[in-house]
Design a protein around this ligand. Structure first.
Ligand SMILES: Cc1cc2nc3c(=O)[nH]c(=O)nc-3n(C[C@H](O)[C@H](O)[C@H](O)COP(=O)(O)OP(=O)(O)OC[C@H]3O[C@@H](n4cnc5c(N)ncnc54)[C@H](O)[C@@H]3O)c2cc1C
Ligand code: SF4
Length: 424
């Protein structure tokens, strides 16, 4: 099935299958051909690169992370994404989660949470074992609390060092850790406490310790020069047409793991590919960004934020039903009206009223798609009021620019000589 982790990894309680089906239908309708059940290996990759004008590698980061500890190869030690794939594809017999089965889940990211919450729904007794603390987890806001309510137990500052078999049970030996100085990931590094260990008796163990990209099919050597993928092992004539996007382009970084980031990275890659294929793409205009502290919030009426509907805890514990309901169109429109239009002119005319005649109205029609100027300052009439009019803009769509600023080009275009206009 197409969709990558959207179909394999993300559980239905967060992303219902029905929505995925709609997304896929939309993609098929745009004319995309999706060839399923076709694993790319070295030979197939070369065939692909020979056949197509450009190739984008977007194979995600699904190669299982390992701890390299004794006993990790026991058959009762499973991979988190594989576990979730079976649940998402309804292969519940294969996952075979028993009632009250004690499952140790090693990790502290999306996969660990989803394995734990899925197995809780299937009647198991899940335990997340994590080497840092709750503050360093890469969970969605509120996810720790939600998981606890659903029956997940957390064990923080525990680093697995050995897995031992004991009859039909597994014994997970963990070193007790404490937090040390911040490491290269920007999080406090766990350091082992002297001679302190804890043992957990478990029925099975699921590894969720950070999956990595696996780009074996481009050859032994490659350099991720996102959006290009530099593959010295490929024949010369194919080298320039290989690009990369999504989780596979993010290496082993903290950036891995957000659908929106994967999509955003793909948009940048696609622009590069279109240029490579000879398409002329206009550079996007330089725009200044309006920040919350530069907008005049006093002009806006306060209105509360949407409180999304959630299903009850009892229902959450037993079913895979979507927890936070998608809002209907009318509600979406009502809440979209809270938008400040930061930095975007909507022709409210506040600046015009303040400008004491130094601003000229161009009488252009406004539409959400248009990003242009609807007013022009008259150079000869610039006065104190002009500056007041800039400050008056509720949404910080105007700004005063230094003479040597890069935005000066836009400014020149915006200033007109009133007399010149009158003369015409
Ligand atoms: C358990 C889990 C839960 C998550 N939950 C969320 C969430 O709630 N919200 C969020 O924003 N993000 C979430 N993420 C992260 C998100 O799913 C990923 O960032 C995103 O899906 C990455 O998209 P991608 O297309 O780059 O890679 P993927 O989704 O990994 O897709 C890669 C595709 O390439 C295929 N592939 C790999 N190798 C080969 C090969 N050799 N030949 C052929 N095909 C191959 C794979 O089968 C897969 O279909 C979650 C991730 C996980 C693991
Ligand atoms: S620049 Fe600001 S104040 Fe002037 S019309 Fe546009 S949004 Fe309103």
């Amino acid at each position: 099935k197409a969709g990558g982790l959207l179909s394999q990894g993300i559980p239905e309680y967060r992303y219902p299958n029905e929505i995925l089906e709609k997304e896929l239908e939309y993609i098929y309708k745009t004319g995309v051909n999706i060839k399923l059940n076709y694993e790319i290996n070295k030979n197939r990759f070369i065939d692909l690169a020979e056949e197509f004008d450009a190739v984008i590698v977007a194979t995600g980061a699904q190669s299982p992370g390992v701890l390299n500890i004794e006993g990790e190869d026991d058959p009762a030690v499973e991979n988190g994404i594989k576990f979730l794939t079976d649940i998402n594809f309804n292969n519940l017999e294969k996952v075979n989660v028993g009632k009250n089965e004690k499952i140790g889940i090693i990790g502290g990211g999306y996969t660990a949470f989803d394995v734990a919450r899925c197995s809780a729904r299937l009647g198991a007794d899940p335990h997340i074992i994590y080497r840092r603390t709750v503050n360093e987890m890469t969970a969605h806001p509120g996810e720790v609390e939600d998981s606890e309510e659903e029956g997940v137990t957390f064990h923080f500052l525990r680093q697995p060092v050995k897995i031992k078999r004991s009859g039909d049970k597994l014994k997970l030996v963990c070193a007790v850790m404490k937090l040390g100085p911040v490491d290269e990931s920007g999080r406090a590094k766990p350091v082992q406490m002297k001679d302190a260990y804890e043992e957990f008796e478990l029925d099975r163990i699921v590894m969720a310790v950070g999956d990595k990209p696996d780009l074996f099919f481009v050859g032994e050597r490659f350099v991720n020069e996102y959006p290009n993928l530099n593959c010295p092992d490929l024949p010369d004539e194919l080298k320039d047409k290989i690009f990369i996007a999504g989780d596979s382009s993010m290496g082993n970084s903290e950036l891995i793991g957000m659908v929106v980031r994967a999509v955003g990275s793909a948009q940048i890659t696609v622009e590069k590919v279109r240029k490579f294929l000879g398409e002329k793409i206009e550079p996007s205009e330089n725009r200044e960004i309006a920040f919350y502290n530069t907008i005049n919030t006093k002009y806006f009426q306060e209105s509360t934020r949407l409180v999304e509907k959630r299903i009850e805890l009892e229902q959450r514990k037993k079913t895979f039903e979507e927890i936070t309901k998608t809002i209907d169109e009318d509600t979406a429109v009502v809440f979209a009206e809270r938008c400040f239009f930061c930095g975007i002119c909507i022709q409210c005319d506040w600046c015009y009223y303040y400008s004491e005649g130094s601003l000229l109205k161009l009488g252009k029609e406004w539409s959400p798609e248009t990003d242009e100027s609807f007013y022009k300052y008259v150079l000869d009439k610039i006065c104190d009021a002009s500056f007041k009019s800039v400050e008056a803009c509720p949404r910080s769509a105007l700004s005063i620019t230094d003479e040597d600023s890069k935005l000066m080009e836009v400014c020149d275009y915006q200033f007109v000589n009133f007399d010149e206009i009158k003369g015409k």
